[in-house]
Design a protein around this ligand. Structure first.
Ligand code: BTN
Length: 323
């Protein structure tokens, strides 16, 4: 059965917006018999699409529920490597934990682990990550670049650019990146990125990029209300999550290639165009203590440069930033 034919059927049914499309019209558009249309429909049903057939009316998409299943993500995905292998779960403790296990088992680079809900989602510094069912994007992407481990840190910045651009395109709002890994809209956090590494002394085995995006949440628990927001709250639109995932994977694939071939320098300007901290007075809470000063930029390696009150330049490799 031709994948392109099935894709065309899905396009025609999607354009009908949940309405019926007659078997006769589908047969005409696909240049095949009505019996062949019926066979294609059976195949699509086997793949998990909820399609309805009603005599004298035709076919329609039964469920318009917003899901992030393997099918939803792969149909229309223009990335070549990222998202080719998808592990989809209704419920999981943490996509990040599962991705770590899959790396150990030898999963290929580009593997996507995604869930409708996480019961033990975690953020940086072992903080809990709120991951309710069907509303957000909770995913981990496995990259296997042929690079030494010291090349790993900029992957967080690259992922942040990919996500910020995809949000801008899909939701029509302007996000800002708070170095290194938070994405904010109107000063509140809508996305967190957790980049982890499995490596030998001289070779990366896998970079695991965990991405959590508040997409269609309408409210948050009391403790998160002052600091968290969602794309729905900010844009007033409900977003189809699978489309946002596709746009992220496509950009991440492109930027990973640029980084491997040319380093972080060509991506720096793009990152800075979304930067919330550059030119502002901030405090960096580092493991060695607090450093206050003006954020003046990032280096070609993605290291934040802070000009202290004494005029001295501090290189910040890892910190929580307070604006
Ligand atoms: C942070 O801002 O602290 C990072 C949050 C990262 C959350 C994502 S959700 C998908 C993946 N699975 C997890 O358990 N965490 C990451």
């Amino acid at each position: 059965m031709q994948t392109s034919t099935r894709k065309k059927i899905l396009e025609l049914l999607t354009e009908a917006g949940g309405g019926f499309v007659s078997g006769e019209l589908l047969a005409k558009k696909l240049n095949c018999s009505r019996a062949a249309v019926w066979k294609h429909m059976e195949e699509l049903r086997k793949e998990g699409f909820e399609l309805e057939a009603v005599r004298k009316k035709g076919y329609r998409i039964k469920s318009t529920e917003d899901k992030v299943t393997e099918n939803e993500i792969q149909y229309g995905l223009e990335a070549k490597r990222l998202g080719k292998t998808v592990y989809y779960k209704e419920t999981v403790d943490s996509t990040q934990k599962l991705a770590h296990r899959l790396v150990q088992e030898g999963c290929p680079g580009g593997t996507l682990v995604i869930a409708e809900e996480q019961t033990g989602g975690r953020g940086r510094l072992q903080r809990a990550w709120y991951s309710p069912k069907y509303t957000g994007i909770w995913m981990s992407v496995v990259l296997r670049p042929d690079l030494p481990p010291q090349w790993a840190p900029p992957f967080t910045l690259i992922a942040a650019v990919a996500v910020a651009q995809a949000i801008e395109e899909t939701a029509g709002v302007h996000p800002e990146i708070k170095w290194p890994n938070d994405i904010l809209i109107g000063g509140k956090k809508c996305t967190g990125i957790l980049t982890e590494l499995q490596a030998d002394t001289d070779q990366i085995q896998a970079v695991i990029i965990g991405i959590g995006i508040n997409v269609n949440e309408t409210e948050f628990p009391d403790e998160l209300k002052p600091i968290a927001t969602s794309l729905l709250i900010e844009s007033g639109r409900k977003i189809k999550r699978a489309l946002l995932v596709q746009r992220i994977l496509e950009r991440l694939e492109k930027y990973e290639k640029i980084y491997i071939e040319n380093g972080f320098a060509p991506l720096k300007l793009l990152w800075e165009s979304y930067a919330a901290v550059i030119g502002k007075n901030i405090t960096a809470h580092t493991l060695k203590g607090d450093i206050s000063g003006k954020a003046i930029g990032i280096t070609d390696e993605g290291v934040l440069q802070l000009e202290g009150e004494d005029g001295k330049i501090h290189s910040i490799y890892s910190a929580d930033i307070e604006i």
